[in-house]
Design a binder for this molecule. Structure first.
Ligand SMILES: *Cc1c(COP(=O)(O)O)cnc(C)c1O
Length: 469
């Protein structure tokens, strides 16, 4: 299986090459040249496997230049140790008949980014070895808060790599900032950027696109790569947990073979929900992909109208990891939905860069509308969702997951859609303890800071604070 750029400038790149490089030379993103099938027989085989076994089989479909032993070593390095505090890695919790939450935050930093960022350094090291190069890899990361810490944890002291994280000085929570600037490791660097996440991400993208810089670094044995979800090696491990969720529902008897489910995903950069799209494209029975946004609702508008318009105020919300106006991974989806028309993709992306907006044509808009349900929630509604879920189910949602919970509820009431649903939970409620506590009457005392709120929330809910936090 080879990889190609969404902008047509590179093709026939091996998986190892695509992972090592991160982003394509023409500014596009690498995508697999075909999408492998999850046949009923394969799903049946995966059903009996644990999370690591499922990860090995699914990743092998995309990493055809890796040996089974190499893939097994990567999976073991990522999920085999004690970095995750739950044996199922991505467990489902049942809230109600046909309503589940998939907890993707049992890794070392309390956010779903760990699912991919524990794996990416493994894939990166293996890819470098594979291509017989001895360059020092410098990972550049722009973060809205959660990626930074998860990437630092994943890459710290990984031989042959260094990592530099750029975060928006005013855009991350105290817990997130503290997590990053206290990072241990000999190869880690953390830099605050004046601006918001998009400024940080644009800066990093400019560095990658700078050919002169690339040559100068190469002369000194240094090669830049990315740990943002523009790297295929980050997206791939995320496909696994969607397949795993469906298999778990099957094993539980909540669904029968072939039954479709709905997936509701709190969305920012469009990486997580794109992985769900890939799982569906591979043949996983998924009915609707529910794309949940906060007040930075550029994706809601786009999925409804086909008009992407980043020219709007950037809003800081209670779900800061979704405070994004340029959702990079959308480019991969547009490539697929335009029947891989890289000329059209180039046009849209250059409109976005120059005019700050683009409009897809009716064929693409219709395909988007068939697959996705989109909605957004403001901070008031998000708080209310945290409270409602606690009162109805005794289950604590973080402020990102709460957005998805609300959009799902709104959709299911309005549409009457009865497919079993999985709400994808992207962070531990403790990662955003002050916002969660503030949403629950009586949970904490006014004036308590983020750190005191952790303990307040624990005393209030009886759920233990994850050890890493
Ligand atoms: C990163 C993040 C998101 C958004 O995920 P994308 O893949 O960027 O769409 C949502 N919730 C949390 C907690 C996150 O850290």
């Amino acid at each position: 299986m080879n990889y190609q750029s969404t902008r047509g400038g590179q093709k026939d790149i091996t998986a190892a090459g695509a992972i090592k490089q991160g982003i394509a030379r023409d500014g596009g993103l690498f995508v697999p040249e075909s999408i492998p099938r999850l046949t009923p027989a394969l799903l049946e085989e995966l059903r009996g496997k644990d999370y690591c076994g499922r990860a090995e089989s699914i990743m092998a479909l995309y990493l055809t230049d890796f040996s089974p032993a190499e893939i097994a070593a990567c999976v073991n390095g990522a999920y085999g140790g004690d970095a995750f505090d739950h044996p199922h890695k991505a467990p489902l919790t049942r809230l109600d008949h046909g309503l589940y939450v998939q907890e993707l935050w049992h890794g070392p930093t309390g956010a779903f980014k760990d699912m991919a960022l524990q794996m990416l350094p493994q894939l990166m090291s293996a890819s470098v070895e594979h291509t017989g190069e001895h360059d020092h890899i410098v990972i550049l990361v722009a973060t809205s808060g959660d990626t930074g810490k998860a990437a630092l944890e994943g890459f710290r002291d990984v031989p042959g790599t260094s990592i530099v994280v750029f975060y928006p000085a005013e855009g991350v929570s105290q817990v997130q900032q503290r997590q990053m600037i206290t990072q241990r490791g000999k190869n880690v660097h953390v830099i605050a950027v004046e601006g918001n996440f998009d400024d940080a991400q644009n800066g990093v993208k400019r560095i990658f696109a700078d050919g002169e810089l690339r040559e100068r670094l190469a002369k000194n044995g240094i090669r830049l790569s990315s740990a943002n979800s523009i790297n295929w090696g980050r997206l791939l491990p995320q496909i696994v947990y969607y397949v795993s969720a469906w298999l778990d529902l099957l094993n539980e008897g909540a669904i029968q073979e072939g039954d479709s489910i709905n997936l509701a995903v709190p969305t920012g950069n469009f990486g997580n929900i794109l992985a769900a799209w890939y799982a569906r494209a591979m043949g996983l029975p998924v009915h609707k992909l529910i794309c949940a946004s906060n007040a930075n609702n550029v994706l809601t508008e786009f999925l409804h109208t086909g008009h992407y318009d980043r020219k709007r105020p950037f809003t800081k919300t209670l779900s800061p990891s979704m405070d994004i106006l340029i959702s990079s991974n959308l480019e991969r989806l547009l490539y697929e939905l335009s029947s891989r028309d890289h000329v059209r993709v180039q046009g849209w992306m250059s409109d976005l860069q120059i005019k700050g907006e683009y409009q897809v044509e009716e064929d693409v808009r219709q395909r988007l509308g068939d697959l996705f349900v989109a909605g957004w929630a403001d901070d008031f509604t998000t708080r209310q969702a945290v409270r409602d879920c606690w009162e109805e189910y005794g289950y604590l949602l973080d402020t990102h997951t709460a957005v998805a919970w609300h959009i799902y509820r709104e959709y299911s009431v309005k549409s009457g859609d009865k497919h079993p649903a999985v709400i994808v939970s992207t962070a531990s409620p403790y990662k955003f303890a002050d916002s969660v506590a503030a949403a629950l009457p009586g949970a904490s005392l006014p004036g308590h800071d983020e750190f005191q709120c952790l303990y307040d929330l624990q005393a209030f809910s009886g759920c233990p604070i994850p050890a890493p936090l």
